[in-house]
Design a protein around this ligand. Structure first.
Ligand code: AMP
Length: 820
């Protein structure tokens, strides 16, 4: 009878909850929570209730911020949604939280093991849902707590890591999508093997490694003491975990692993009532786990980013040179072990993977060195804790993997080397005097060598040219002596040959016209087709640009660069002769309603990837290292099979290996493709080409010109429009309707994503071309793009979203003007 009364009271209460929305502060066996009920924490910071994410119809029990109800921090039944509003959350007499469906079936339950006298469920102000014994006064004693079963969010006071006694692993796992909280494929977790580290994983594959704790933060992430958070890393026999506390209780902050596998920390901004990102993982190429392979370091400020450690050489030089660094490096001199080894100190590094490592908290650095020397398998050592000058000892066994160089921060690493190798390195790098003498002697030898090689090559080529002139009448020397010397590598054509080949520059033979003059199709007497660019006398491309193009392009060879066959400088004519490209330029296709149908998605991808490879060759792999400065659709030519080739090197510049950027007061390029820093300040670097490449990707995907496009509703130019669609989460709407079937939507979105990464406002945020090629050819995670630089017109020198997102009707294709 008593049981019946209880049941009656319970159901009466339950039905009243189901009808009305009501807020509770506890759930007890006699007070259950229906779909419209909520549980609120005492300080009104967090709320628990039923919700449906986005447009989903499924119902879940979750916890969210009162200040931001759409920010769900925990979900009970993430893998078992309810299909209607009939769910009920209750606590059983045994202290187990259960979620029941309309037929009273258990959809989800907690796993409390001890039976309390007076079970109650409460939501604490930390966001922790706990079940405790109401008769127990200890506020920290819980029978079960949601903090032990995190979803995608790490809140202050939560622990990310292991209870080593019970084997409980607390890690974050992504939602499948923004509308499906089910466990996704990404996780971020502490791995306790060796000296524990923080890894970002996709399934069982490591994507990135935040690294090991060094007393201040994780060695691979810039976690530094600050006034907002206090970080904590606990490592003892019972547990190993990372956590953080807020120093100012009025601040809200959370760490979240999003559905694409990116870890972000957000802080709530009261003023804007929104979450602002404070930290984002995977922001650059060097965060990809083991990108450079063993015994190599990654430096985001260098190009290419990977380099072997000193005393090491690429294991597979061929792969290494083609930007595949995964084989890593090997020792130039083998270790000797017994007394024959020492250590090379590297400063400012992210410590290598500690999976195969050993540590001791009380040893000092000297003892640590001795310990490493004693063991022939020990490959490196470092301080365990960098605070107060360093303490503890960390030893590595086996290869050193996933190391980075930082411009700021990082720590010291001592790498084991054969003493003979150390002597060699010392000679090369540690004696500044010797280095200086070395440089002087080296440079003198180099200069003398270059003069000798130059003279021999000049005499040799002159001989060849003379022979060619004697042999055939169609190719003749230029009559400009000054130019001639600079153009040894190009073949010099006779004017009459070109006049005949082009039917005296007949209009029928005209292929197009660029900023520097018309281009004609020609046919040489032996039947070979050529394209002749006739530089108009009043064009900006004078002899200097012609020389520039000849000198640069004649020395380059790549399947994605158009081949320069030669030049002709005779009787006031300056001409460049190229291989003929039957399909002319890309702009003739993508911006043409009829012809763009010929470019299906597969062909468009092939073009994007080809241009990326050509540009990578120019930036990183060619002998000269070249910035193109005028990359655009009309400078991409297409061969018979629609393979792309970059053309027009009239304004390209060669740059030195270590030179990061350069400035000019003569700004040449094309509006719509010019990066903001180049157009505004004349500053060009490889990143200005990356910007143009990003514009090109978006044009190829959308079939719209950045400069010509103007969205009828919002007046945005193409970049503005693409960005708007991106932030509204509908990037696919950007795609050209004429593309036809899109077999792989995620591939399309990936290309738009890469395009947007390339057109980011700040050059340092844009990826370099080797990273672009990698991103286009893999399925690796991509970082979140920031707002693009929307440059349209120099008169509108303002990069705010409103101004530069808008389009200009004044379309100029190629422009030369003097900057300030
Ligand atoms: P440019 O002055 O290099 O921008 O060239 C102007 C136009 O001429 C290009 O957009 C192409 O349509 C065409 N063109 C230039 N070079 C070639 C070539 N090698 N083969 C075929 N068409 C070309």
């Amino acid at each position: 009878m008593e049981a019946f009364t209880h049941l009656f009271v319970f159901y009466t209460f339950l039905f009243s909850l189901l009808r009305t929305s009501i807020s509770l502060d506890t759930v007890t066996p006699s007070q259950s929570l229906g779909d419209r009920g909520t549980l609120v924490s005492a300080g009104r910071q967090f709320q628990l209730g039923f919700f449906s994410p986005g447009n989903s119809k499924s119902r879940y029990v979750g916890i969210w911020y009162m200040i931001s109800p759409e920010t769900v921090v925990w979900v009970a039944n993430r893998d078992a949604p309810l299909s209607d509003h009939s769910g009920v959350l209750k606590v059983t007499d045994d202290g187990v939280l259960v979620l029941l469906n309309s037929t009273n079936g258990t959809v989800w339950s907690s796993n409390t093991s001890t039976t309390p006298q007076n079970p109650v469920a409460k939501l604490l102000d930390t966001g922790n849902l706990v079940v405790k014994d109401g008769n127990d006064d200890n506020p920290d004693k819980f029978l079960w707590q949601s903090f032990d079963y995190p979803c995608n969010t790490l809140l202050p006071e939560m622990k990310l890591g292991w209870n080593l006694v019970t084997g409980l692993d607390r890690f974050l796992s992504s939602w499948k999508s923004t509308e499906d909280p089910a466990q996704g494929e990404f996780s971020t977790r502490i791995v306790p093997h060796g000296y524990p580290q923080w890894f970002d994983m996709e399934g069982t594959k490591i994507k990135a490694r935040a690294g090991s704790w060094n007393g201040l933060g994780f060695t691979g992430r810039a976690v530094r003491p600050n006034t907002v958070f206090e970080y904590e890393f606990v490592l003892n026999e019972k547990e190993v975990y990372y956590g953080y506390k807020l120093l100012n209780k009025s601040v809200f902050s959370r760490v979240v692993l999003n559905p694409s596998g990116i870890v972000q920390r957000f802080v709530w901004m009261d003023r804007t009532q929104s979450w602002e990102p404070f930290f984002t993982s995977h922001a650059n190429q060097c965060e990809i786990y083991a990108l450079c392979g063993a015994y190599a370091t990654c430096n985001i400020n260098k190009s290419p980013v990977c380099a072997c450690m000193e005393g090491f050489l690429p294991k597979s030089p061929e792969h290494w040179d083609s930007v595949d660094w995964s084989d890593g490096c090997v020792r130039r001199t083998p270790l000797e072990c017994n007394g024959g080894d020492g250590f090379l100190k590297r400063t400012g590094v992210k410590l290598p993977d500690t999976f195969y490592s050993w540590y001791n908290k009380s040893m000092n650095l000297q003892e640590c060195e001795g310990m490493c020397l004693k063991n022939c398998s020990c490959t490196a050592y470092a301080s365990l804790d960098v605070r107060g000058g360093g303490s503890g000892c960390l030893l590595w066994f086996g290869s050193l993997i996933d190391t980075r160089e930082f411009a700021e921060g990082g720590q010291d690493l001592y790498i084991r080397m054969a003493i003979s190798e150390l002597g060699h390195l010392d000679k090369n790098s540690h004696s500044s005097e010797r280095k200086l003498v070395g440089i002087i002697v080296g440079s003198t030898l180099l200069v003398v060598g270059m003069i000798i090689v130059g003279m021999v090559s000049y005499i040799w080529k002159k001989k060849l040219r003379n022979q060619a002139m004697i042999k055939g009448s169609e190719r003749k020397d230029c009559d400009n002596e000054g130019v001639k010397e600079d153009m040894e590598l190009a073949i010099l054509f006779d004017l009459t040959v070109i006049v005949n080949a082009t039917d005296n520059f007949s209009n029928n033979k005209k292929l197009g016209e660029g900023g520097f003059g018309p281009v004609y199709k020609g046919t040489l007497p032996e039947g070979k087709d050529i394209a002749v660019k006739r530089l108009s006398k009043n064009s900006g491309q004078g002899l200097n640009e012609l020389k520039n193009e000849v000198i640069l392009i004649a020395k380059l060879q790549h399947r994605n660069l158009v081949k320069l066959l030669g030049c002709c400088i005779q009787e006031n004519e300056n001409m460049l002769i190229y291989e003929y490209m039957p399909n002319k330029s890309l702009d003739c296709f993508i911006f043409d309603q009829t012809k763009s149908k010929l470019l299906d998605w597969h062909k468009r991808i092939n073009i994007i990837r080809g241009v990326a490879k050509g540009l990578l060759y120019l930036h990183e792999d060619s002998r000269l290292r070249i910035i193109h400065r005028d990359l655009k659709a009309s400078n991409i030519l297409l061969d018979n099979n629609m393979n792309p080739k970059i053309s027009d090197f009239g304004v390209a510049r060669s740059f030195g290996g270590d030179q990061i950027d350069s400035a000019t007061n003569r700004i040449i390029g094309t509006y719509g493709y010019m990066s903001p820093e180049y157009a505004m300040h004349g500053q060009y670097s490889v990143k200005s080409d990356v910007f143009s490449f990003g514009v090109l990707i978006l044009e190829i995907v959308s079939g719209k010109k950045n400069r010509g496009f103007c969205h009828p509703d919002n007046q945005l130019n193409l970049l503005g429009h693409a960005w708007k669609l991106w932030i509204e989460d509908k990037p696919i709407k950007l795609v050209d309707e004429l593309v036809g079937d899109l077999c792989n939507i995620s591939d399309v979105v990936r290309h738009i994503h890469v395009g947007l990464l390339c057109v980011q406002q700040r050059p340092e945020d844009r990826p370099n071309m080797s990273f672009v090629v990698q991103m286009l050819n893999s399925e690796n995670l991509l970082s979140k793009p920031k707002q693009p630089g929307f440059f349209t017109d120099p008169q509108e020198a303002d990069f705010s979203f409103s101004k530069f997102g808008t389009c200009s009707t004044n379309e100029i294709t190629t422009t030369v003007f003097e900057g300030r």
